[in-house]
Each structure stands twice: as C-alpha cells, then as structure tokens.
Ligand binder design. Structure first.
Ligand SMILES: Nc1ncnc2c1ncn2[C@@H]1O[C@H](COP(=O)(O)OP(=O)(O)OP(=O)(O)O)[C@@H](O)[C@H]1O
Ligand SMILES: [Mg+2]
Length: 245
C-alpha cells in the first residue's frame, strides 16, 4: 500500500525554546527527501517529534488516515515509520546478527529470513561480520548496523539523522547506492544532513530548515544552480551584518 507521510504545522518546544516552528513536510513512498540546514536549525528536533521521542506541542503527523502526533514511539515504529538516530547507535555488546534479531521483534520464520537476507544483500559487510561484536566494528559498519536495525521490519518510511556524520568520504560514497536501493523498494526516505553535497546528490525533494522554519521547499536542481539560497539559510543577512560582513 502506498501512502504519503504528511507533517503539517509541526511545533516542537525544547526546554523553553521553540525549536520547530510550524513546519510542513511531505514524504512520498519510494522517494528520497532531504532535510538540510545549519547547526541548531531544528532538524533533530523534527526527527524526535516525528518518531515520538519528543511530544510535539502542536501539529499533525498523518499516514493512511491516522494522526500519529503524540503517539508512543513504539506505536509509530510499528506503524512503519523507522528512525536511525544520530551517532550510529547499536547494541555494542551484542553481535551484528543479534542486533538485527532484537530489532526484528515479533518477526519470525520466512518473513524474518527474507528480511535478513535483504539486509545482507544491501550490506555484504554485515553478512561477513554477522557473528562479530557490534562495538568492535568501524563507525561506517556501525552505521550500517543502525540502518539495518531500522530496515529489518521493512518500514514504509526511513528517517536517518546525519547519515554521514563522522564517516570517511569513502564510506559515505558506499552508502549512496544503498540509500537508492532502499527507496527503489518503495520505502520513503528522509535524510537529515547538515552538509549539503550528499543530500543534493541523492534527494528527489529538498527542504532547508533555518531557525525552526522551512526556508526552501523544492527540487535539488535549483539549489545546485543558485547557491545563494543555501548561503542565506546557513548565514542569514542579519548574522552577516552583526559581524560586519
Ligand atoms: N534537550 C534540549 N533542551 C533544550 N533545547 C534544546 C535541546 N535540544 C536541542 N535544543 C535546542 O533546539 C534547537 C534546535 O536543535 P536541534 O538539535 O533540533 O538542531 P539541528 O538542526 O539538529 O542541529 P545540528 O545540525 O547541530 O544537529 C537549538 O536551538 C538547540 O539548542
Ligand atoms: Mg541534529
């Protein structure tokens, strides 16, 4: 079943600060969407709000006629919205295979075998290291395990916060075709990236966030052709004036 994920008027307060100020984001099955923006723009807060880790103050997170705003993170994950949090979080004491089995939850039999086979096809590195302790893997391999954990239940949407953070360029390049294959399977991907090149290379649609709002909503071509749009989001005129530029 192909259904979009529609986020409308999302407001998220962190402490006393409005971190996300009424944004609208649409994700489509089989498409790669990028959410870019500078440090502190509100990207992670948006992810935490969608995944149910932080309760949004306001707004709608709708999929297949249901509003998931304020739902428990477990309910959201079971509904098919999977999140890979920042910083390649894996169960460090367990093996790669055990990490996948824990994430698979109730999945059993042929479904489980098919899911794990698909993951090993995407990441042959993980098949080779199935019995290795996850904490001993490189950062790039741990990021693969983190993505695999989110994929094992074949979600409708996959949200990855800072895919490339802390990874060597060679590893990031290795992940590019994998992200494409995930989308080709019909999964809608939301990539959160502070750095723009990867996002512009992969995305079908781009949102740029600055100061809690969306400052650009459109295709990647326009951002490639007109770097000023991004420059303005990352270095607003008011900031430039403040430092005398
Ligand atoms: N736990 C928290 N308590 C209070 N304020 C927070 C908390 N986490 C984030 N913030 C504030 O919310 C705003 C948005 O932060 P957020 O982490 O969502 O930005 P981001 O776009 O993900 O940035 P980065 O690129 O650094 O990951 C920032 O002003 C930040 O200081
Ligand atoms: Mg962040």
């Amino acid at each position: 079943m192909s259904t979009p994920l529609t986020i409308d008027n999302l407001v998220i307060v962190r402490g006393t600060k409005v971190a996300v100020d009424g944004i609208k984001i649409n994700l489509n099955p089989g498409k790669i969407t990028a959410l870019m923006g500078p440090n502190g723009a509100g990207k992670t807060s948006t992810v935490l709000g969608i995944s149910g880790v932080v309760e949004p103050a306001f707004g709608e997170i709708c999929m297949a006629g249901r509003d998931y705003k304020g739902a428990d993170s477990d309910v959201i994950r079971r509904a098919g919205i999977a999140t890979v949090p920042e910083g390649h979080q894996v169960l460090r004491e367990l093996t790669v295979k055990e990490n996948l089995l824990v994430a698979a939850g109730d999945l059993t039999g042929a479904e489980l075998t098919a899911a794990i086979d698909w993951i090993y096809e995407l990441f042959p590195e993980l098949r080779e290291r199935a019995n290795h302790i996850a904490g001993d893997l490189s950062g790039g391999q741990q990021q693969m395990v983190a993505i695999a954990q989110a994929l094992v239940v074949t979600p409708r949407f996959l949200i990855i916060d800072e895919l490339s953070f802390g990874l060597a360029p060679a590893i990031v390049n290795r992940l590019v075709p994998v992200i494409r294959r995930i989308a080709e399977k019909g999964i809608g991907v939301l990539l959160i990236e502070q750095f723009t090149q990867l996002a512009l290379k992969l995305a079908d649609h781009v949102y740029v966030m600055s100061r809690g709002g969306i400052s650009y909503d459109g295709g990647p071509e326009k951002l490639r052709q007109d770097p000023d749009i991004l420059h303005q989001a990352y270095f607003p005129v008011s900031d430039r004036e403040a430092v005398g530029l």
